[in-house]
Design a protein around this ligand. Structure first.
Ligand code: NDP
Length: 249
C-alpha cells in the first residue's frame, strides 16, 4: 500500500539534489507531484519523465520562488490542474558563503530572498487552501547552519534560523485547523551545493562529523516522508536535525 496515494504535493526546487530525491520519494509513495525549478529545464524535464513512469501525475514549472506573483499563479495553477493540495515542501535554497567583512549586499539579499522570502511566498500562496480544507502538511528544508550558526554563512544561518522560527510560529497558528508544519535541518548532504566546496575543505568537514561521511539526498527524503506521513501525526513545530552527529547539542 502506497502511503501518499491520491495526495497532491508541491515541492520548490525539485530539479536537482534534495528536492529531486523528495519528488521521487513522493511519486514512489503514489503522490502527484508539482515542482518548481529556476533554470535547469533539461533536468526538470528528465525528472518529469521519470516520475510519470511511476504512474502518477507530474508538473514541472519554471518559477523563481523570490517572485511573489509568479509563485501565486504557480500554486493556483497546480491546485486547478491537480484538483487540490495536500503537501508543501519548501526546499529551494542557495548558498553564497563568505566572511561577513567580504559579504556584498547582494550576497545577503540573494540568500534571504531565496531561502526565507521564497519560503514565505510559497506558504502564503498555499495557506488559505490548507485553512479552508482544514488539512495540510508543510515541511521546510532548513539546515543545521540555522541551529548553531556556521562561520562564513552569516547570511545563510540567518535565513535558515528564520525558517526554523517561522516553522514554530506557523505550527502554533495553524494547529487548530489540522495543519502540521515542521522542518528538517540537514548537515552536509552530497548534492551540487556541496560540490562547490573543494576536496580539501570537504575532507576537513568530514573529520568534524562523528559518522565521518556526508548524508545523502535520499536520507533527507526519508525524514520528509516520515513528517508527511501519519506516522508523525502528533509532531508539529519541530526542527528535525539530521547531520551524522555534526552538531549534537
Ligand atoms: P541544489 O543546489 O542541489 O539544488 C537547489 C534546487 O533549488 C534546484 O532545484 C534549483 O533549481 C532550485 N532553486 C534555486 N534557486 C531557486 C529559486 N530562486 N527559485 C526556484 N528554485 C530555485 O541544492 P540542495 O539540494 O543541496 O539543497 C536543497 C535545500 O536543502 C536547500 O534549501 C538547502 O539550503 C538545503 N540544505 C542543503 C544541504 C547540503 O549540504 N546540500 C545541507 C542543509 C540544507 P535549478 O536546478 O533550476 O537551479
Amino acid at each position: 500500500m502506497k502511503a501518499f496515494k491520491g495526495k497532491v504535493a508541491l515541492v520548490s526546487g525539485g530539479s536537482r539534489g534534495i528536492g529531486r530525491a523528495i519528488c521521487l520519494m513522493l511519486a514512489n509513495e503514489g503522490a502527484d507531484v508539482a515542482f518548481s525549478y529556476l533554470t535547469n529545464k533539461e533536468k526538470a524535464d528528465e525528472l518529469v519523465r521519470q516520475i510519470e513512469q511511476k504512474g502518477v501525475r507530474c508538473l514541472a514549472s519554471k518559477v523563481d520562488v523570490r517572485d511573489f506573483e509568479a509563485v501565486k499563479s504557480w500554486v493556483s495553477g497546480v491546485r486547478e490542474k491537480f484538483g487540490g493540495l495536500d503537501f508543501l515542501v519548501n526546499n529551494a535554497g542557495i548558498v553564497r558563503d563568505k566572511p561577513l567583512m567580504m559579504m556584498l549586499e547582494e550576497d545577503w539579499h540573494d540568500i534571504i530572498g531565496t531561502n526565507l522570502d521564497g519560503m514565505f511566498n510559497v506558504v502564503r500562496a498555499s495557506i488559505v487552501t490548507f485553512l479552508k480544507q482544514r488539512r495540510g502538511n508543510i515541511v521546510n528544508i532548513s539546515s543545521v547552519s540555522g541551529l548553531i550558526g556556521l562561520s562564513g554563512q552569516t547570511n545563510y544561518s540567518a535565513a535558515k534560523g528564520g525558517m526554523n522560527s517561522f516553522t514554530k510560529a506557523l505550527a502554533k497558528e495553524t494547529a487548530a485547523y489540522g495543519i502540521r508544519v515542521n522542518a528538517v535541518a540537514p548537515g552536509f548532504i552530497e548534492t551540487d551545493m556541496l560540490s562547490s566546496m573543494d576536496a580539501q575543505q570537504q575532507e576537513k568537514i568530514k573529520t568534524m562529523i562523528p559518522f565521518a561521511r556526508f548524508g545523502s539526498a535520499d536520507e533527507v527524503a526519508a525524514v520528509v516522508r516520515f513528517l508527511l506521513s501519519e506516522e508523525s501525526s502528533y509532531i508539529i513545530g519541530q526542527v528535525i536535525q539530521m547531520d551524522g552527529g555534526l552538531a549534537i547539542r
